[in-house]
Every structure is written in structure tokens, then in C-alpha cells.
Write a protein that binds this ligand. Structure first.
Ligand code: NG1
Length: 460
């Protein structure tokens, strides 16, 4: 477990002075609503009691020097200046660089000079598991940089700034993770709406707990995994380009959708059924080639590729062997958005059975339509169902990582034992004998919705 005392000692022995401040930033679990945020559709996450923490002290120059307390990952140093060149893709130093670059770009003007800081960081937040350790790290360093420079933002302004800043690392995500990390509340699930950004919190109903279980299939943001993740926002933008051209005529509305989040009764003046009929008459089932998608959007292939389909290395997403499944992707977004709304209502009335059912439905949608699950997460969900969970689903960006289950509080220990036996000892040992017993033994735990990120001066 990270402790401030251990980090402070480490800070003193490495930097030769005492730290003056401490900060922490939690990870998050998304209860329901994945691959929605970058489509401007609402999500229902909560910050968890697992976090990255830091002790720090300002510097007189503009250097930022961050040491990983376990020395597993060593140290990274860079200057806060107008252009901060990234390290290689997937280097952990890109997360603090992302935060600082985002704030510098926002604050630049008047020949401002920035103050740097020294910091020692510690974490008990698993990485590459869909718990947003990356956003927690971005938010943590962003907060410290603001404090040492006296920059002030409201929590929503800072959430938007950090969401935009994190794209520096190459992911094309939305703002769920940073917003949950910054605005989390003890005992509450957050409903985050985008465009405009807005948070509302819902109490966790009495008598239920959240158990999270690592599928132990890593969703590391390497070049390949990043391309897999980014293919989802790209497909959403392709579908939007087609709907933008064709939907107004079919629905007889003057409002073209600028994102899939605009496909609502409120914005289009049509019922959900009318919207579904119109959307799925415009999009064809089955895969689109680039030529077909461009023709449907009224663009040349080059225009489509350059306006919607570029990956972080600026090359267009390669066409999948069976084409782009735009119909399924949009069906995931439309149905998941409605599940989020119904889930928020069910939380409000304490209807835990409905919350659970929606979680199972959400998992199936991510698997069948979203295309971001994997066989191990699917099995884990079914094993959780058989073990008595009210609901269970893969959480976060997907392709593995953690599942979240909603379990009656009196049943959590029996539930965890059942997962241990049926998923880790039986299924996973058969499918992935290379995964160590040690990794399996610490893969399941109960999490508590917790407060968001915080930075403060240390009491001396
Ligand atoms: P994780 O779970 O951290 O990979 C990613 C995106 C989110 C969101 C989810 C899927 C980033 C930093 N995070 O989260 O914005 O799109 O996937 O719901 O890109």
C-alpha cells in the first residue's frame, strides 16, 4: 500500500529536501456505458479507493522530475515549455508530459515562464485493466503543476482540459475517465453528460457491493492496443459522416448529427423508434469498404480517410477483412445510451435487479455490437452470473481488463471464492497456463465508490 511517509522518505533521500505537498488521484470503474463518452453520450462511472499518490515540492526552474517510488520504472525529467516532445509510444513519462503540455498550451501568452516540480509517485492502482490508471496519472501531475504555478480552474474546466490533454499520448478517448477521477464522490456513482459537461451523483443503493475481477488479459496501451481502441472512435466518426449527410432528409429535420450523441428525441424532435428506423434504414448491415462508406457520406475516399479515420501515427485505420461494421457500432451506442439513462433511474429508486440486468445486457452489447470484448471477459461475465451476481460486465476500454459485478453485500465472500475457483483456477488455468498463481491470487476485490482527486500542502 502507498504511504505518504514512505514516499516522503524516498523524496528526501533522492532530492535532498523535504516535500511540501501531497496529492492523490483515484482510478475509476465504469458501471455502465462504455465507448460512449467520445460520442458525447452519457456514462455512469465512479472513482474507486485505489489511487496514484505523490509527494512533491516546487522547483525554481521549469524542470519536472518524477520518480517512481518502487524504482520499478525509474525516473523521468522534462521541461515545461511551449512544445514538449513525447517519449516513445507507451512510455509512462508521456502521461505527465500530456498534462503539462495541455496546461502550458492553455496558459501560454505574455511570455509566461513556468515553474516545475520534483515528485515521488506511488500507486496501488492496477494498470492496463480498464481502471484508468493513465488518466489518474495525468490528473495527478496536472493538479500538481497547477498548484505550483497558481493556476485555478473549476473542476469541470479542469476535467475538460485533462481529457483533451491526454490525447497527447495517442488515444482518441472521451472525457469519462478524467471527469470521474476529478469529480468522484464517496458512496456515489456519477452520471456524466457531455456537451455541455455536467455531473450528477446517485447514491449506491443499500445492501449491494461492487466486486471487481481482473480477467488478467492486459489491455496495455501499446501501439497495437491503442489502434484497437482507436478503431472504435474512428468507426463512430465514419458512421456520423454517413448519417450527417443522409439522416436529415429521411427524418425531415434540419439538424444533421455532429456526433452520435445528437441522435436523441430531444435534439431531433422524433421518437426513439423513429430515430432507430431512420438510422438503420440509412446504414446497411454488414461491413463497409472504404469506397462504400465514402460514397454513402458523399466524400472521396481520401476526404473520408483524412476527416475521420486517422490513427495516432496519422495513417488511416486499415480496412478490416470484413469491412467496417458501422451498423453494429451505432446499435451499440444507441442501445447503451438508453441503458445508461434507465440505469440512472434504477439507481435513484434503488432497483438493484434492474441495474444488474442492464449490466448484463451492456456486456452482451459490447461483445456482439461494440466489438470490444474478448472470450476471457465473456467467460468471466458468465461465471459471475452463475455465481449469483445481480449484474456483471467488462468495464472500460475493453479487450480484456477488469469486470465489475454488482453483488448483494452479504454474498461477496462466497461470490469471490466462486470466481476464484471457476474462472481463475479452472477456466484461466486451462486457457492461459502461463498466467502465474500469484497474479490470480490478487485479482478479485471489493471496491468502494470514493472521492475524487485532491492536492494539498503538507502539514509540517
Ligand atoms: P480505459 O478504460 O482507461 O481504457 C478508455 C477511454 C475512455 C472511454 C473508455 C471506454 C482514454 C483515456 N480512456 O478508458 O475515454 O472511451 O475507454 O468507455 O482514452
Amino acid at each position: 500500500m502507498p504511504t505518504i511517509k514512505k514516499s516522503s522518505n524516498k523524496f528526501e533521500s533522492f532530492f535532498g529536501r523535504k516535500p511540501t505537498g501531497e496529492a492523490f488521484a483515484p482510478g475509476r470503474i465504469n458501471l455502465i456505458g462504455d465507448h460512449l463518452d467520445y460520442n458525447n453520450c452519457p456514462v455512469l462511472p465512479f472513482a474507486v479507493d485505489l489511487r496514484i499518490s505523490a509527494v512533491f515540492a516546487p522547483r525554481e526552474d521549469n524542470r519536472i522530475c518524477i520518480l517512481d517510488s518502487l524504482a520499478r520504472r525509474g525516473q523521468r525529467s522534462f521541461d515545461a515549455e511551449a512544445y514538449i516532445a513525447p517519449y516513445e509510444t507507451s512510455d509512462w513519462g508521456n502521461y505527465p508530459k500530456a498534462a503539462v503540455q495541455g496546461i502550458v498550451a492553455d496558459q501560454i501568452g505574455g511570455g509566461r515562464r513556468f515553474k516545475g516540480f520534483d515528485a515521488v509517485i506511488e500507486s496501488n492502482l492496477p494498470s492496463a485493466g480498464g481502471l484508468s490508471s493513465s488518466s489518474a496519472f495525468v490528473v495527478l501531475t496536472g493538479m500538481i503543476f497547477c498548484v505550483v504555478n497558481g493556476f485555478e480552474y473549476t473542476s469541470l474546466e479542469f476535467s475538460s482540459l485533462m481529457a483533451a490533454a491526454e490525447r497527447y499520448v495517442g488515444t482518441q478517448g472521451g472525457g469519462m475517465d478524467q471527469t470521474a477521477c476529478i469529480n468522484g464522490k464517496n458512496g456515489k456513482v456519477l452520471k456524466i453528460d457531455f456537451n455541455p459537461l455536467h455531473c450528477r451523483s446517485f447514491s449506491v443503493p443499500d445492501g449491494v457491493s461492487f466486486v471487481i475481477a481482473d480477467s488478467l488479459i492486459k489491455a496495455q496501451k501499446t501501439e497495437a492496443a491503442m489502434a484497437l481502441y482507436n478503431s472504435k472512435p474512428i468507426e463512430s466518426r465514419m458512421a456520423t459522416a454517413i448519417l450527417n449527410r443522409r439522416l436529415p432528409a429521411v427524418l425531415k429535420t434540419a439538424c444533421p448529427p455532429f456526433s452520435l450523441g445528437d441522435l436523441t428525441a430531444e435534439k431531433l424532435g422524433a421518437t426513439d423508434n423513429e430515430i432507430d428506423r431512420a438510422v438503420f434504414s440509412v446504414l446497411k448491415e454488414g461491413g463497409y469498404t472504404y469506397e462504400e462508406a465514402a460514397a454513402a457520406a458523399g466524400m472521396s475516399v481520401d476526404e473520408l480517410k483524412h476527416s475521420c479515420c486517422l490513427m495516432s501515427d496519422k495513417t488511416p485505420l486499415p480496412e478490416p477483412p470484413n469491412g467496417f461494421e458501422l451498423f453494429k457500432r451505432v446499435r451499440h451506442v444507441l442501445t447503451e445510451r438508453r441503458r445508461v439513462e434507465r440505469c440512472a433511474q434504477a439507481l435513484e429508486t434503488g432497483d438493484v435487479e434492474t441495474v444488474g440486468r442492464l449490466m448484463f445486457e451492456s456486456h452482451a452489447s459490447g461483445r456482439d455490437d461494440g466489438g470490444f470484448s474478448c472470450p476471457e471477459s465473456d467467460s468471466l461475465t458468465e461465471i459471475a452470473r452463475a455465481a449469483g451476481a445481480l449484474g456483471s460486465r467488462q468495464t472500460g476500454g475493453g479487450f480484456g481488463g477488469f469486470n465489475v459485478s454488482l453483488v448483494r453485500s452479504g454474498e461477496t465472500e462466497a461470490f469471490k471464492e466462486k470466481l476464484m475457483k471457476d474462472y481463475y483456477e479452472t477456466y484461466l488455468s486451462r486457457m492461459h497456463p502461463e498466467i502465474s498463481a500469484e497474479a490470480k491470487s490478487s485479482a478479485v476485490f471489493t471496491v468502494i465508490p470514493s472521492d475524487g482527486a485532491c492536492v494539498r500542502q503538507m502539514s509540517i
